[in-house]
Design a binder for this molecule. Sequence first.
Ligand code: UD1
Length: 422
Amino acid sequence: MSHWLISGGSVLNGSVPVQGSKNAALPILAATLLIEEPIELKNVPVIRDTENMLRILRSLGCTVKREGDALIVDSRTANNCVLPTALSGELRSSIFLLGSVLSRFGAADAPYPGGCEIGNRPIDLHLKGLRALNAKITEEGGRIRCAGGSLQGATVDLGYPSVGATENIMLAACRAAGTTTIRNAACEPEIVDLERFLCACGFCVHGAGTPAVVIEGVLKGHGVSYRVMPDRIVTGTYLLSGAITGGDVTVTGAQPETVEPLLFKLSECGCLVTRQTDSVRIRAPKRPRAIGFTETRPYPGFPTDLQPQLFALLSVADGTSVLTENVFESRFRHAQELKKMGAENRILDRTAIITGVERLHGACVTAHDLRGGAALALAGLQAEGETRILHAERIERGYERMDSVIAALGGLITRKEESIGE
Ligand code: UD1
């Protein structure tokens, strides 16, 4: 376990570059299995989730090495279609590997991912898609066994635009025979990045970013050098660190258009937002204004992955705000932790009613999940005194050296690796 100590009270000012996108890098890493040539990836963030994904790829026989700031993945040596239970348990997105392992080996064997801290997270849509492509799937003894020697293109209607299911089906369809059409596909920017990567490798995919993604099967792809897109959730988190401390923060190397739903909310809170082609700056008022109503929705709606961090900001806003979580059923565990820091909120089913207080105070809190933990870090920066975040390794799943980034803006987060016997 790792824990963080945060000294609150500094106003954050300055400019920081954003890391590469976790949610784009993970399916792209899964996609390397489809290509039997070395792939060079740039801007893959060094975080726990990508490190675990690389471990899984190694366990499947891939060769992985870092050369400077590039990652080289060579799947010519891959020889195993069984996903390891321990590692997959740590990384839910190992489920994204089903499509590419199946495509590569004609078979796949994966542990069932089960629930997680933000909800049940079923995988019925992933399996529905793979079955439509002619995979024979059995679920027994907590494992999913797929046989799919001859994957066949098909039309799949997802019903709900699941990000992971869209990506999994895209990966399974790249080398399937004929055409696959995904209807009600998720439209997240990371899906567009996956399409760009696949097309750069010679696969034939179009429509990503719209609800209809079409994949024409191609026998094989080729090696490529590819730069992963910037992380829009991390961009949003650092902008919020400026907003919550009344500061002036610029995030560079970003794609401002992908954080538009948050920028709109920050303006409503009274922040001055300046967008450039690849950077975005917010200048915050001393205290943010409350905002009437916000609800999370699939892209281009307000992202569920920024809901906890916005929750932290609204906890210090002037007035009462209402925040509804539509995407995951239990993603308010940070609410209780924020209360330990003096926040006032009430949860009614999927809706939070948040009455802002002028100043939070330091406390000992627990990061129950990645983004909820990031929200506590933001709250700690605003709070009077010291905040201790237990299980901060959950934040490290998605943020590359957040302590250094916050230090560059004038804040103080100290990481402690040792166990404190919780
Ligand atoms: C991805 C992101 C995650 C983000 C989420 C929603 C990655 C690695 N993770 O997760 O950060 O919060 O999108 O933007 O990219 N569902 C089903 N059946 C399925 C699949 C999903 O019912 O087969 C439900 C889920 O329980 C959830 C909703 O659909 O309630 C959204 O899930 P989904 O879009 O699949 O999220 P992930 O791909 O898991």
